[in-house]
Design a protein around this ligand. Structure first.
Ligand code: OXD
Ligand code: MN
Length: 589
């Protein structure tokens, strides 16, 4: 397991830092991770021996394991997440703030001696394709073997990262499971130092520091400073029957269908189309020399939500997680295979996510935010461009989320600035990915509310700034597959049928689809959607595309209230866009 970096200046600063952290945390020993299969298997052995992992049925789920977490540690804890800077205004009202020196001192006190009796693992990881100028290196120090195993699935660990480190700085992350004490749980980010300190949680979004902490919160600050974007977005290539591929990104809040859309299986009536996955959660987007958006996926695996993943909703994922996968907080069937709500028929007897015997009427057997961690490389429909160091060229950006009312199935913005407003106004229903109530509407601009590492008003300005940086801006769309009719049933069947929506987006980008100009943007004409084989009544299509002006006026009011909380920093340009939108709704031509 030992692969200390070779002697050079950066390696020396890494070694010094590891030594200094060990002095505070006082582990019994230090292990440098190389990311090898041998190392992974020895971690698995350790964890199955001490009960951290349960081996699943190796005939049907080879190399798959189940982890049951502490019931108080099952989702991201936004109230325990802080951005630590000099001034409160740096982080704005959508983030928790601590002054950096105070935060650092507090965390160092809490970390004192926290690894006694444990091993501290040093995980050098690479985010993004090897050899890409856009890729970044981080090093996470952790006392959790579960975190190491997950990091080895989610990122590229070992020499590949150390090689990249040669001439670059790296992000430092310190994590300890501590005592899993929720009252002393902190996930602190120090953008000025490119440092993350996370304590008392082992949950993926809090403890795999490469993911939300590095790839989004810290990376968003770097992106602002360096002129690029770090976004909570999927990236897919949509291949038409003639072989043309159009790449799009999509920002949807946590647990709102990004992974399913990334893995969309075309319906029978569009069987000659293909969807290629580049990313299911995060996109780093840079401008190329022609001002085109180019996106890479910093991650190397899927940390997906299990409930409602099934042969019907996501057959490609069901196939992918049949081997080499770590499941967390799913239920277990009597034959030692995983189970969750929405997978299919409910077994009469099984163990629930806490290991208790479950019988009918006992509530959900799997935790609503139960997860699987699996490598992207075993996904059969991975884009051949996934490893392209330059990334893929982006033609369209899509915003979405769960919204049972208001938002039409799909519509297009009038301009870049109007599209930025669409993203800024995103208000969607909360999900189980974060602790707290599920199904309540909250503002989640660009699906980045929990992940933007600086003042969200400045983040809007940053988005707007691309107008002057690029003559090749992507078109911006919003989609909503969750609209309900008066009877409370979804109007749109979703899943594979969402390709109809993607096709309209591609057609718009290529000047091939008609639209009606409405006050909120360009909405498809019913004829421009490929729905003829879908058996949907015309009245349902009309309902899906309807723009309810009174409801939009209410929405504007609530957006205005949200924007007011951002104070003077809120950009004038968006204020003007908002008043133009209000005017269009009030005075339609
Ligand atoms: C995730 C999240 O896990 O957004 O991707 O919470
Ligand atoms: Mn996410």
């Amino acid at each position: 397991m030992t692969h200390k970096p070779k002697e050079n200046e950066i390696a020396r600063s890494l070694l010094e830092w590891v030594t200094a952290v060990a002095k505070t945390t006082k582990p019994d020993n230090i292990v440098w991770c190389d990311g090898s299969e041998e190392e992974f298997q020895s971690l698995i052995k350790l964890m199955t021996a001490d009960g951290t992992l349960i081996q699943l049925n190796q005939d049907t789920y080879p190399n798959c394991y189940l982890h049951r977490s502490n019931p108080n540690d099952v989702a991201r804890t936004e109230e325990a997440t802080f951005i630590c800077t000099k001034n409160k205004e740096d982080v704005g009202p959508t983030n928790n703030w601590m002054p950096s020196d105070e935060g650092k001192a507090k965390l160092l006190r809490l970390f004192d001696g926290c690894m006694k009796g444990r091993t501290m693992y040093v995980i050098p990881y690479l985010l993004g394709p090897a050899g890409s100028p856009y890729s970044q290196v981080g090093v996470e120090l952790t006392d959790s073997p579960y975190v190491v195993a997950n990091m080895e699935i989610m990122t590229k660990v070992g020499n590949v990262a150390l090689e990249h480190m040669k001439n670059r700085k790296f992000v430092r992350g310190i994590h300890s499971t501590g005592q899993l004490d929720p009252d002393r749980r902190y996930i602190c980010h120090f953008p000025d130092e490119k440092l993350i300190m996370s304590l008392n949680s082992n949950y993926g979004g809090n403890a795999l520091l490469s993911k939300k902490c590095h790839s989004l919160r810290l990376a968003s600050v770097m992106a602002r400073d360096e002129g690029w974007l770090a976004e909570h977005m999927l990236i897919i290539g949509i291949e038409e029957p003639d072989g043309t591929v159009t790449y799009v990104t999509g920002a949807f809040p946590s647990a709102s269908g990004k992974t399913n859309l990334t893995m969309l299986k075309p319906p029978e009536y569009m069987k000659d189309w293909k969807i290629w996955a580049v990313s299911d959660d995060i996109a780093w987007i840079h401008l190329d020399s022609e001002g085109r958006f180019r996106a890479i996926n910093p991650e190397n695996g899927f940390f997906g939500v299990a409930p409602n993943t099934s042969i019907r909703t996501n057959p490609k994922m069901m196939e992918t997680i049949r081997k080499n996968t770590i499941f967390t907080n799913v239920a277990l069937m009597m034959d030692r295979t995983p189970w969750w709500e929405g997978m299919g028929e409910h077994p009469r007897k099984l163990w629930d996510w806490q290991g208790k015997v479950w019988t009918a009427g006992k509530g959900s057997a799997a935790h609503p935010n139960s997860r699987f961690t699996t490598s992207i490389n075993q996904y059969r429909f991975l884009s051949s461009e996934y490893t392209n160091p330059d990334g893929v060229p982006i033609t369209a950006i899509i915003f979405g989320g769960r919204r049972s009312d208001l938002v039409p199935l799909v519509y297009e913005s009038f301009s870049w600035e109007h599209g930025v407003l669409m993203g800024a106004m995103l208000r969607v229903e909360t999900t189980a990915a974060a602790a707290g109530e599920v199904g309540v509407l909250r503002n989640d601009p660009m699906a980045m509310k929990p992940f933007c590492g600086y003042n969200i008003a400045d983040y809007f300005k940053h988005w707007l700034s691309f107008r002057s940086k690029s003559e090749n801006l992507p078109k911006i769309f919003q989609i909503n597959a969750f609209r309900m009719g008066r009877d409370g049933r979804f109007l749109w069947p979703g899943y594979g049928h969402n390709l109809v929506v993607l096709k309209w987006i591609v057609d718009r980008c290529r000047g091939r689809a008609d639209a009606v100009e409405t006050p909120i943007g360009y909405v498809p004409t019913p004829e421009s959607l490929n729905v003829s084989e879908m058996d949907l009544p015309r009245s349902t299509i009309d309902e899906l595309l309807q723009v309810d002006k009174a409801a939009w006026m209410d929405e504007l009011e609530s957006s205005e209230m949200f924007f007011k909380t951002l104070g003077e920093q809120f950009p004038d340009q968006l204020r003007q866009e908002l008043s133009k939108l209000t005017d269009r709704i009030q005075n339609p031509v």
